[in-house]
Write a protein that binds this ligand. Sequence first.
Ligand code: FPP
Length: 243
Amino acid sequence: MRTVFDKIDKKNVPQHVAVIMDGNGRWAKNRGEERIFGHLNGVESVRSTLKAALKSGVRFLTLYAFSTENWNRPQDEINALMELLVTTISNEVEELSKQGVRLRTIGDLDALPSSAKIKMLEAQEQTKSNSKIDLILALSYSSRWEITRAIKNIVDAKIPANKITEELVNEYLCTKDIPDPELLVRTSGEIRVSNFLMWQIAYSELYFTPTLWPEFSEEEFFKALIEYQSRERRFGKISEQIT
Ligand code: FPP
């Protein structure tokens, strides 16, 4: 019997998939548990998603792990999330490296507690020569933060207005050497982009699923790829111009 994976056209897999992992809190609440229980279980979905991305040949996988707005959550939840990040990376970095994963981050690492910042820098250093897939964690990230930072740096570099092109702006983003995602996935039924990669998703296909993040599976990732493959990407042109 053909599995969902078999139905993916392996020649038309997006190079870059970005994911807004949402619904951990609701998943935990539905079970009468604390929100952090949802985040703990969310780590399993990170594993499944990475596995599915590796299996399908996705080259870049970006996960929205902590937004600049998430600093407004109760301090207990922030602390628990930061701890979870440090323990997960410590436990997994060797295995990730064996699988050819290059771990990277986008966002304001300086805003993280120093233990988390140090762990992320170490893990990036340790995996920097791997090239099977780039796993990019967005940490203390938001598009408005990223674009504001880019503008400040462009002004600081005294670049004249007539030299400012889209390509130049791109050079000042956290994602400067990463292609734009062709596909953005958001779980939990919320239909919004929440300040995530807003420059980069200008022409991305958007896939929304009601599944809460702790229940997101390899199979669901494959379904998102199949849905992506059914879309006609016109980039402002008309159907007849697309070959
Ligand atoms: C959104 O659900 C999820 C987060 C803000 C945190 C995501 C973190 C993880 C999956 C675990 C750590 C990740 C790594 C990469 C080790 P929510 O809390 O907003 O859920 P809700 O909308 O139901 O409240």
